[in-house]
Design a protein. Sequence first.
Length: 259
Amino acid sequence: MAKRIDVEGLDVYYGKFLALQGVSLTVEPRSVTAFIGPSGCGKSTMLRTLNRMHEVIPGARVEGSVKLNGEDIYARDIDPVDIRRMVGMVFQRPNPFPTMSIHDNVVAGLKLAGGRISKSELDAVVEKSLRNANLWEEVKDRLNKPGASLSGGQQQRLCIARAIAVEPQVLLMDEPCSALDPISTLAIEDLIEDLKQTYTIVIVTHNMQQAARVSERTAFFNLAGIGQPGQLVEIDSTEKIFANPSDQRTEDYITGRFG
């Protein structure tokens, strides 16, 4: 079941450095929310707080709350590994495991989780995940070939297949098309349109046109200056953000006056 995300009064620290300040927003289930803003404004940091991935950096901590369907993911009794299974992540550059086959890449997360799964069950997950990532027809005859043998766009769809194989409720995508050519980018955008029927999706993008094409809601982040914390300026329907934003800073960014 796709999950709603509610962020309230979130401050994100790396050691003593305040990277993001006072963020409150809601991400609706079965929809795409885009995070936009200039480099260094905290978009990717914000994305990573949604599955506690930022905690891999020493000294990272948060104040405030992030709730998945009402449950605080930062509560003391919550295991971050469980959160990351529920909230999958697709990174900027395709990162299939280079020594693994296409087949084994898809089920790597399942195997990591432990438990006995039969070969026929694994094969079924591989086919379903690759079909859902719109990659099955291209790779079904070479599942034992290395994942790294695929093209960049195919590798990114393989990484999406790997993320959805563990059946998360939320998919986070950190600039998933920035390393891809226009045709591969279009394939990923079409895939996002399909996936939002099942998942809650949050995407960080530097591409204004992409945000306008793929998302229902857009959040604009900014910072007052170098060394200052990033802040959420506004979040609204994508149509309103691009046609009639509430804040002059949003309009200045979207029209290319800065950033």
